[in-house]
Design a protein around this ligand. Sequence first.
Ligand code: FES
Length: 157
Amino acid sequence: MEDKKEGITGEYGETAGKEEFEPSLVGFFCNWCTSTAADLAGTTRLQYPPNIRPIRVMCSGAVDPVYVLRALCSGADGVIIGGCPPGDCHYISGNYKTRRRMAALKTILKTLGLDDDRVWVRWISASEGAKFARTMREFTEAMRKKGPNPLKNRWSI
Ligand code: FES
């Protein structure tokens, strides 16, 4: 069991002293909007930090809060969920579900003693490559200021 936990931790990277801290971040991005915005940011050569491991999902509504908890407990310092702006979800109401679920998740995170600002939800449409790059810079900088996730390595779910 211990070996598996160490393997997961290694996957998300290690952290050194606070001065050199580089957060390991996970992003769940909806296929139709935020992932396309990420592609646009790349093709237009917009710069953003390489700290985020993007995971493409068909809709932000497919992101189960357990995925977010799993990432945080496995060593991610922050998780960002990107979806279509309200009213633009390709599956009608997926992003509204995301909004409700993540609000509930933040309550759970508070009870675990974790700063709920480690989980961000942002609506970034396909044409907003610049907004995607800016949001990733802001998210990375915010997590860098927060320092390492205190849940890191404490639990394995
Ligand atoms: S398809 Fe993008 S949030 Fe639902």
